[in-house]
Ligand binder design. Structure first.
Ligand code: P6P
Length: 346
């Protein structure tokens, strides 16, 4: 990975760094047959990220903390910022003519494009603000998105356009609202990170061609679920904690409890994040289409791995819009070790 120092506080006349817009347009020019549809959609997602970022940074002042009193399709308490982020993603992307359909963690059903707008060839699936339980305590949260190409015909998209395997994604990314605000994305050819400069109102390329280390030194999962895990999984975590310098153990434990934060650290530093199935969540807790699948697309594009415990996340054939999945993701060697224990091969 090349750390590209984005535009700091420039002396007069300093050339700016590479903005997200310039990066996307340069790739559009290098893509035969590109129509600009993807570039246009990406600009709208970037705008949504800037608007959500501004509100997240002022949540406490803008009366945006706390709950709305409603629950979403997941049965989770909807936070005011969740609702705001969901509306911003929808309003920013619905009118551009690039999408035939959207789907959100916050909406039970697919989100149709209003009749007054043209439709296009892409489908956008997203978790508008993941980690919402952390909003009121100032912990990093994030927006996760996945872009698929439609497979149905007609003006409007259909559920089938959403229920596609992760391996067919056109692009995937996330926006991290942390100590800095970053947008990380891939189209499958390299993973690139952009850091937001609020003084310019732009995302600047700061992490070009991110590669996840083949092996790391941290593990990230909620050990509060230890009693609910399989014997193999417990054996794996117990193994990680043993003192054996030759295999880099004990691993360090890192768990934010916000998927985007835990994944971003794993992507940059290596190691493994897991939210396995357990007796409380037999299908896992995380959602396939707009959490595990986009992050798996990024992990693999960066040289890492992502599995549901039995197969690649990107090979899972989705059956339902909000279906959940177990997830092991990160450094290829660490994910393979976790799977070996989970299957009793270690
Ligand atoms: P637990 C946040 O609510 C979330 O959906 C993910 O962001 C995070 O990885 C996970 O749940 C944390 O779940 O059960 O450890 O609190």
């Amino acid at each position: 990975m090349t750390i590209v120092h984005s535009w700091g506080p420039p002396p007069s006349g300093a050339m700016p760094g590479t903005t997200l817009e310039r990066h996307i347009l340069e790739r559009q020019r290098q893509t035969p047959g590109a129509t600009g549809d993807f570039s246009g959609l990406f600009q709208q997602i970037s705008l949504a990220g800037k608007l959500i970022n501004a509100r997240v940074r002022q949540a406490g002042l803008a009366g945006m903390l706390g709950l709305t009193g409603q629950t979403n399709v997941q049965g989770e308490q909807v936070q005011k910022l969740d609702e705001f982020a969901n509306n911003v993603m929808i309003r920013s992307c619905e009118a551009g003519g690039h999408l035939c359909l959207m789907a959100s963690e916050e909406d039970d059903d697919v989100i149709k494009i209003p009749e007054r707008f043209p439709t296009g060839k892409y489908v956008l699936l997203f978790d508008p603000l993941d980690g919402s339980s952390n909003i009121d305590v100032g912990v990093t949260i994030g927006t996760i998105f996945s872009i698929q190409r439609r497979v149905t015909m007609g003006r409007s998209g259909q559920l089938a356009d959403c229920l596609q395997r992760g391996s067919t994604q056109v692009a995937a990314g996330y926006i991290l609202y942390g100590s800095s605000t970053m947008l990380v994305y891939t189209t499958g050819d390299g993973v690139h990170g952009f850091t937001y400069d609020p003084s310019a109102g732009e995302f600047f390329l700061s992490h070009e061609n991110i590669r996840v280390p083949q092996k790391g030194g941290t593990y990230s999962l909620n050990e509060g679920n230890y009693s609910r895990w399989s014997d193999g999984l417990r054996a794996w975590v117990d193994w990680l904690k043993q003192d054996d310098k030759s295999t880099g153990r004990p691993y360090g434990a890192r768990y934010v409890g916000s998927l985007v934060a835990d994944f971003h650290r794993t992507l940059l530093k290596g190691g493994v994040f897991a939210y396995p199935s357990d007796t409380k969540s037999p299908k896992g807790k995380l959602r396939l289409l707009y959490e595990a699948s986009p992050l798996a697309f990024i992990a693999e594009a960066a040289g890492g791995a992502a599995s549901d415990g039995d197969q690649r996340i990107l090979d899972v054939e989705p059956k339902e819009l909000h279906q959940r999945t177990p997830l092991f993701i990160g450094s290829r060697e660490d994910v393979e070790t976790a799977l070996a224990f989970a299957h009793g091969r270690r």
